[in-house]
Design a binder for this molecule. Sequence first.
Ligand code: FES
Ligand code: FES
Length: 165
Amino acid sequence: MPDLKINDAMHHVDVPPEMPLLWVLRDVIGMTGTKFGCGIAQCGACTVHLDGEPVRSCVLPVGSIGTRAVTTIEAIGATPAGRAIQKAWLDIEVVQCGYCQSGQIMSAAALVQQVRAPTDRDIDAAMSGNICRCGTYVRIRAAIKQAAQHVADQPQASSASIATR
Ligand code: FES
Ligand code: FES
């Protein structure tokens, strides 16, 4: 197994290559912010970023990652989009029980990173794989729009790293 780049740090893990990344994160490395929900790529609770793209870590064999960078909920606040999402989540008090929310935040941060002014349709498309049993969808949508506006209002962040759709 090659070392894994997770949250800008290299990790040597001695595990079978077919082990899902989620197991490595939680049980081997001890990063428990990423949650197990369904284990079959249906709920989104386990969402992390792989080179900035949201992926379901419960079905991602760790041996398939190679040199790509993994970002988890523990480090998403270090990015402009992730920071804006976290602030909006708090401002709007999105969270109810919280179980789905690290996955929601990871999908939302990727969307805000990639789309300057997401429409309702953009949000529905990006977030459709993240299930919330508490039904926080309306607040999630509002928080994504607030975060996108915040990022767009930051000249340095927006010009450096945000797409111009
Ligand atoms: S735990 Fe991975 S999608 Fe549900
Ligand atoms: S906040 Fe409870 S499942 Fe989403």
